[in-house]
Design a protein around this ligand. Structure first.
Ligand SMILES: C[S@@+](CC[C@H](N)C(=O)[O-])C[C@H]1O[C@@H](n2cnc3c(N)ncnc32)[C@H](O)[C@@H]1O
Length: 394
């Protein structure tokens, strides 16, 4: 197929599609850092920046890929039709589809889009595709089951006027049992920038790489290695954790500071996920209608669903499409020598938050963090004294 990549970022979709035999005809992203990466990695593909200034898509295009910005979700949820001035950037995609009725569209976003305002954004998007004569299917999948040691759930939606999207997205379903915590034997990832309300605990993997932490700085999660060291992986391993080759985003440093690379990697589509969709677009499978369930008329939409041209169905399917077990995280990391130990300041800040938290931590985890702090020359803050009630409960 010939694809247009809207909101192309660093080209996660495009690289995956190329690996499955498809070609990109147009790339569009407003960020100069994205432009620098795309220009270096796809030098022969036409590039445009602001989607709002893109008049139309090339006539040759038969596939549109759009991982639109998550900040835009609430906007989509508010709009009645999605082509108006106030419908946000996803509205721009529909504006372009009005000009050229591209047969197949792939959309990617965060699973939160199924919850936000009772799933209004998702309902608005599928309503709009139906109105335009597309069948659709969507599904939450986890990058972990594509053989990468990262826990990353994303919603993928395929809408098409020429093929049955259920035969692309809703065929592969191979459950992968997640490993259990095993400090001292496996590596464990977590968000060192959090620790109060959540932790993102990920066994033998890293939690979802994000485009910015809750404190607004693009940074990697921390990893507690089997030998007890507490590290922040280097960007080269960050790129590999998304399925890119190491240094894929290096060209961004010609126009922005180096830390932007974490932000770019955190926003990207995992390459093997895009590659899987590309393969299934070329070779659809057979959808098993036994998976069909009732689609709720109102409220939060299900995690997986389809529209067969007449009716909507919820679909009973898991997040593990391919079921490829990733290598152990500790062995996957190739650039550990460039990884930094989590600094004393960062470790202390994290520990201080956990002291105030009402979270349950895995036995031995807090002690491991404390040992790291001492090694880094810091002083371990006092542990909170348990209340009478907590003592009784214990
Ligand atoms: C979630 S990211 C998509 C990442 C991409 N799928 C990848 O694999 O790297 C959203 C992208 O939309 C881009 N964007 C935001 N506003 C835009 C606009 N007005 N026109 C074009 N791109 C825009 C951002 O720069 C960002 O790269």
């Amino acid at each position: 197929m010939r694809a247009a990549g809207l909101f192309a970022g660093i080209g996660g979709f495009e690289l995956g599609l190329a690996r499955s035999g498809h070609a990109s005809e147009l790339l569009c992203d407003i960020l100069p850092a994205s432009k620098a990466v795309l220009a270096a990695r796809f030098p022969d593909v036409e590039y445009r920046d602001d989607i709002t200034r893109l008049r139309t898509l090339p006539a040759s295009v038969d596939l549109v890929c759009a991982g639109f910005p998550c900040q835009d979700l609430s906007q989509a949820g508010r709009a009645a039709g999605l082509e108006g001035d106030r419908s946000g950037l996803i509205g721009e995609v529909f504006r372009l589809l009005s000009r050229r009725r591209v047969p197949t569209v792939v959309v990617e976003n965060v699973p939160f889009m199924l919850q936000l305002n009772g799933g209004k954004a998702m309902r608005a998007i599928v309503d709009e595709f139906e109105r335009r004569g597309y069948r659709w299917a969507y599904r939450v999948v986890d990058t972990f089951s594509f053989g990468l040691p990262q826990r990353r759930e994303r919603v993928l939606l395929v809408a098409s006027r020429v093929l049955d999207p259920a035969e692309v997205l809703l065929v592969d379903d191979r459950l992968l049992v997640r490993p259990a915590t095993d400090l001292g034997r496996l590596a464990h990832g977590f968000y060192w920038t959090e620790g109060l309300g959540g932790l993102g605990w990920a066994v033998d993997s890293v939690p979802t790489l994000k485009n910015g932490s809750t404190i607004g700085i693009p940074s990697p999660p921390a990893i507690l290695m089997p030998d007890g060291s507490l590290i922040k992986p280097g960007i080269r391993d960050g790129e590999r954790l998304q399925g890119f080759e190491a240094d894929w985003t290096e060209p961004a440093e010609s126009v922005a500071r180096a830390s932007i690379r974490w932000s770019l990697v955190g926003s990207a589509v995992s390459v093997p996920v895009a590659e899987w969709i590309g393969r299934r677009l070329s070779t659809p499978g057979i959808y098993d209608v036994e998976r069909d369930r009732d689609f709720p008329v109102r409220g939060r939409p299900p995690r997986s669903a389809r529209f067969d041209g007449k009716r909507r169905h919820a679909v009973a399917i898991g997040v593990d499409a391919l079921g490829i077990r990733p290598p152990h995280l500790a062995e996957f990391l190739e650039h550990v020598e460039r990884a930094q130990p989590l600094s004393a300041k960062a470790t202390l800040g994290f520990l201080a938050r956990t002291r105030r938290a009402r979270l349950r931590f895995e036995p031995g985890f807090i002690e491991a963090v404390e040992r790291h702090l001492v090694l880094m020359g810091g002083t371990v803050p006092p542990r909170p004294v348990p209340s009478q009630l907590e003592l009784l409960a214990a």
